[in-house]
Write a protein that binds this ligand. Structure first.
Ligand SMILES: O=C(O)C1=C[C@@H](OP(=O)(O)O)[C@@H](O)[C@H](O)C1
Ligand SMILES: C=C(OP(=O)(O)O)C(=O)O
Length: 439
């Protein structure tokens, strides 16, 4: 699908989509509640949205034994646990990196083999090899093709024990082990080397706590102790609005709203959230963007002069595309650190940011290790000089959203191919963007 983005000012109010990171965790936790729990193991998940990644997790929990009912209020789902009440031979986790790494350790609690597979970009992301050895050490059998990719087949159960995990590529498998290990017969000790994306681990611990699970951890997230034989408890759980999806709209307000105008307002954002991508507020502050927080409502306005800034996005890698869009309009060269984290996302994200922003006339330099240097706009009319109007999302939702936002201030319309990629996290993105465009 192609979307045309016309140069336009933006103004208006949007409700942030539901966080897919929280939704996937909460669905997994609700699945693990025993059916005998009172009242009957039903959890209530509120404000959940159905983007592709959350739908994939919903399908996985259903296949692993959960019953799902739709509440009368939009976004409310009732989930009755009953883990392994059904014994699937296969789980298809769609394109979700988190579901791949979260449901594999859960599937490894099954005594019968379960094959975890997916489609699209996830089949090109090396998720399998990093999980195999730790799962074997914890007592599971694991087989996969050997090249590091899905599908992979696991059987268990995990018995617990001590295991070392490399956290430098991704935090998601550690999230999976944290969620699966409370069911093991023995305690699990995780020693994590070079943990990255650590706010996502704090989010996992928060969800575990809400569902009655305890786990101790070192302050720097290098060690976890998860007692075995714990019981998940049913919970009423509210899925927060998504700072990741909101980040692009906030940047749209900062770079493309009317100078001196009302700006862009995003509702449903928890100012005290543990989400990694709440860090967009810090980046906007460094760039000099005027902002007002009122409860859960954040308004971003445009100022005449945005300044280049330095920002380390190692622990909030999903912000890079939105940060590049912001930096494109800042005076000077913005230095973003942490590009090493981007190689195995839906696309090789540093490279795709450089390629697609170059079409918009923005110079992105990746020559220094772990650094993305974005040269801000110099044209006196404040518009990007488009070099090629045919943009490509590379099937990466965050590239589609960030290039669309930057294109609001281009000197001509551009066409983004693969625009449907936004369905992975934010299916309403194009509607929301159109609703705030003034022409
Ligand atoms: O746990 C999560 O919900 C996520 C963790 C991060 O991945 P990594 O830990 O692989 O960086 C992030 O990029 C991803 O979009 C969602
Ligand atoms: C990388 C992402 O997600 P995941 O790893 O869960 O596929 C993302 O949403 O940008």
């Amino acid at each position: 699908m192609k979307e045309t983005v016309y140069p336009s000012a933006v103004q208006g109010r949007i409700v942030a989509p539901a966080s897919k990171s929280y939704a996937q965790r909460a669905l997994a936790a609700a699945l693990l509640v025993p059916v005998s729990d009172n009242p009957a193991g039903w959890s209530e998940l509120r404000n959940m949205g159905l983007c592709n990644d959350t739908s994939a997790a919903l399908d996985a929990v259903r296949r692993l034994g959960a019953e799902i009912r739709y509440g009368e209020n939009r976004g409310t789902y009732y989930v009755e646990g009953g883990f392994l009440r059904r014994r699937p031979q296969e789980l298809n986790i769609g394109e979700s990196g988190l579901s791949a790494r979260l449901f594999t350790p859960l599937a490894a609690q099954s005594p019968e083999p379960v094959t975890v597979t997916g489609h699209g970009s996830i089949l090109k992301r090396p998720v399998a090899s990093a999980m195999a050895e730790p799962l074997r050490r914890l007592g599971a059998s694991v087989s996969f093709s050997g090249d590091g990719f899905l599908p992979l087949t696991v059987s268990g159960p995990l018995r617990g024990g001590t295991v070392e995990v490399d956290g430098s590529l991704s935090s998601q498998f550690i999230t999976g082990l944290l969620m699966a290990s409370p069911l093991s017969a023995e305690d699990t000790h995780l020693a994590v080397r070079r943990p990255k994306s650590v706010p996502y681990l704090a989010m996992t611990l928060e969800v575990l706590h809400a569902f009655g699970i305890s786990a101790a951890h070192a302050a720097d997230y290098t060690e976890f102790v998860i007692p075995g034989r714990q019981r998940y408890r049913a919970a009423v759980y509210n899925i927060e609005g998504d700072w990741s999806g909101a980040s692009c709209l906030l940047v749209a307000g900062a770079v493309a709203s009317l100078p001196g105008g009302e700006g862009v307002t995003v509702d449903n954002l928890n100012p005290g959230s543990l989400q990694a991508d709440r860090a967009i507020v810090e980046a906007l502050t460094r760039a000099g963007v005027p902002m007002d927080f009122c409860g859960r409502v954040l308004t971003v306005r445009r100022t005449e002069v945005l300044r280049a800034f330095e920002f380390d996005a190692t622990d909030c890698p999903d912000l890079f595309p939105a940060l590049a869009a912001l930096a494109a309009f800042c005076g000077g060269t913005t230095v973003l650190r942490g590009t090493t984290r981007l190689t195995h996302k839906e696309s090789d994200r540093a490279a795709t940011i450089a390629a697609e922003f170059a079409k918009l006339g923005v110079e992105v330099d990746l020559s220094q290790a772990d650094v993305m240097a974005v040269r801000g706009l110099t044209a006196p009319d404040g518009k990007l000089r488009v070099r090629d109007t045919s943009l490509d999302s590379h099937n990466d939702h965050r590239i589609a959203m960030a290039t669309a936002v930057a294109a609001l201030r281009a000197d001509r319309a551009v066409v983004i191919d693969g625009a449907e990629a936004v369905n992975k996290s934010y299916p309403e993105f194009w509607n929301d963007l159109k609703n705030i465009c003034l022409k």
